[in-house]
Design a protein around this ligand. Structure first.
Ligand SMILES: Nc1ncnc2c1ncn2[C@@H]1O[C@H](COP(=O)(O)OP(=O)(O)OP(=O)(O)O)[C@@H](O)[C@H]1O
Length: 382
C-alpha cells in the first residue's frame, strides 16, 4: 500500500478534507488558513465576491496550483490519502470551466471520449450513455461550433463525468450563459448530480445559484471562510456582518447594546439576538430581512403589546412583481429607513397607502445585531 494511504476512522464519510490551506502569491495572501470538509455525495458551493480566493482554492483541490501551506486529504474506500503533493493527472476528478474548453476540431463524441481509455467499442458505448444522460442523444457527430452555449456546457459536463470521477469540480460553469439557459441548466446539473451521487464542488459568485443548488455553502471573503452552512443557515442565520450583507436583501439599523438580549433603537428597547453579548452602549448594527418585518392591519391593544412593535409612516410603495416593497420610517426607532416586503394578498389585507400610519414589528428571533464593519473586535451573532 502506498504510504500516503492510511486507515481512518470516522472520516470516511468525507470525500475531501482541507486542512489550514494557505496560498501566497509573493507578498499577497490569497488564502489564509482555509479548513473544510466535503461529505460524500454532497454538493458544496464556494461563494464569495471577486478576488476572495474561491478559484484559487478550487485550483488547489484540482492540483493545478500548489498550496503554500496546509494539507488536502481525499477518501477512497476506507482509506484517506494525503493528496497535497499529488500531480493533477493522478487525482480522481472531473472539471468544468466557465468557458466551454471543448476541442473545436473534435466532434462531440470525440470530446467526451477524450480522457477515456480502453477499447473503441467500450468508449463508444460510454459516450452514448453520457449523451443520453445529459439529454443530447443525437449530438455525437456534431462539432462544438454547431451547438449553443448551454449545449456545449452540457458536453463539457459529460466529458468531466466520463471516467466516473469521485469528485466533480465546477468553476463558474454557468456564468457565460444567458439568464434563461442558466436557470434551466442549474436544475439539470443539480438533478444529474443527485442522480449520480457524485461529490461536487462548485465555485460561484452568484448567491442565487449557490442557495438553489448547494447542500452546503462556503462563504468566503479575503481568503478566509466566513461561514459554512446550509442555504437556510446562510440566509436566515448569517454568522457575520459580511455574510449578512453579501447574501440577500437586508435592513441595517444603527443601535446600541442595552443589556442581555436587548438593544436600544432610537428611544425604544428591543429584544434581539446579540451574541456574544456586548457592554451597554456598544454600537451595533441591527439586521433584519425585509420579508421578516411584520406589518399589522390595526393598532389594537393586542398588537400594541407585541414586543418590538411601533407605529410607522408609509413612505413609498413599490410593486416588485410577486410582492410589494414598502419603505417605512418609525419615529420611535430613530426614523431610520426600514423596508418591508409583503405578498400581494397581505398588501390588500393591510389596505396600505402612502403616508398612512401602520403598526410594524421586528420579531426578536429575526432581529440580529452585529458589530459595525470596521469596528474593533468585529463580532457576529451566532
Ligand atoms: N497567479 C497569480 N498571481 C498573483 N495573484 C493571483 C494569482 N492568482 C490569483 N491571484 C490573486 O489572488 C486573489 C484570489 O484570486 P481568485 O481567482 O481565487 O479569486 P476569486 O474569488 O475566484 O475571484 P473571481 O471570481 O474574480 O475569479 C485575487 O486577488 C487574485 O488577483
Amino acid at each position: 500500500m502506498n504510504r500516503d494511504w492510511q486507515q481512518t476512522s470516522g472520516t470516511v464519510a468525507d470525500a475531501l478534507r482541507i486542512e489550514r490551506v494557505a496560498k501566497r502569491f509573493g507578498a499577497f495572501t490569497a488564502l489564509d488558513g482555509v479548513s473544510l470538509s466535503v461529505k460524500k455525495g454532497e454538493f458544496l458551493c464556494l461563494l464569495g465576491p471577486s478576488g476572495c480566493g474561491k478559484t484559487t482554492l478550487l485550483r488547489i483541490i484540482a492540483g493545478l496550483e500548489a498550496a503554500s501551506d496546509g494539507a488536502l486529504f481525499m477518501t477512497a474506500g476506507e482509506s484517506e490519502r494525503n493528496v497535497t503533493r499529488l500531480p493533477a493527472s493522478q487525482r480522481d476528478y472531473g472539471i468544468v470551466f466557465q468557458s466551454y474548453a471543448l476541442f473545436p476540431n473534435l466532434t462531440v463524441a470525440q470530446n467526451i471520449a477524450y480522457g477515456l481509455k480502453g477499447r473503441r467499442e467500450d468508449k463508444a458505448l460510454r459516450v452514448t450513455e453520457l449523451l443520453a444522460l445529459i439529454g443530447l442523444p443525437g449530438a455525437g457527430s456534431k462539432y462544438p461550433a454547431q451547438l449553443s452555449g448551454g449545449q456545449q456546457q452540457r458536453i463539457a459536463l459529460a466529458r468531466a463525468l466520463a471516467t466516473s470521477p469521485s469528485l466533480l469540480l465546477l468553476d463558474e460553469p454557468l456564468s457565460a450563459l444567458d439568464a434563461r439557459v442558466r436557470e434551466h441548466l442549474r436544475r439539470e446539473i443539480k438533478a444529474l448530480q443527485q442522480k449520480l451521487g457524485v461529490t461536487t464542488i462548485m465555485v460561484t459568485h452568484d448567491q442565487e445559484e449557490a442557495l438553489t443548488m448547494a447542500d452546503r455553502v462556503v462563504v468566503m471573503n479575503h481568503g478566509v471562510v466566513e461561514q459554512i452552512g446550509t442555504p437556510e443557515d446562510i440566509y436566515a442565520r448569517p454568522a457575520s456582518r459580511f455574510v449578512a450583507g453579501f447574501v440577500g436583501q437586508s435592513n441595517w439599523l444603527a443601535a446600541t447594546s442595552a443589556g442581555v438580549g436587548q438593544v436600544l433603537l432610537g428611544d425604544a428597547l428591543l429584544g434581539a439576538t446579540v451574541t456574544p453579548p456586548r457592554p451597554d452602549g456598544h454600537p451595533l448594527e441591527l439586521f433584519i430581512r425585509p420579508e421578516d418585518v411584520q406589518l399589522h392591519a390595526n393598532w389594537s391593544p393586542a398588537e400594541a403589546q407585541v414586543a418590538n412593535t411601533a407605529l410607522a409612516h408609509v413612505r413609498k410603495i413599490e410593486l416588485l412583481g410577486g410582492f410589494y416593497r414598502i419603505a417605512l420610517s418609525v419615529p420611535g426607532w430613530g426614523s431610520q429607513p426600514l423596508l418591508a416586503d409583503v405578498s400581494r394578498g397581505e398588501f390588500e389585507r393591510l389596505n396600505l397607502s402612502p403616508e398612512r400610519l401602520v403598526p410594524v414589528s421586528l420579531p426578536a428571533n429575526r432581529l440580529r445585531a452585529f458589530v459595525p464593519a470596521g469596528a474593533a473586535s468585529a463580532g457576529a451573532t451566532a
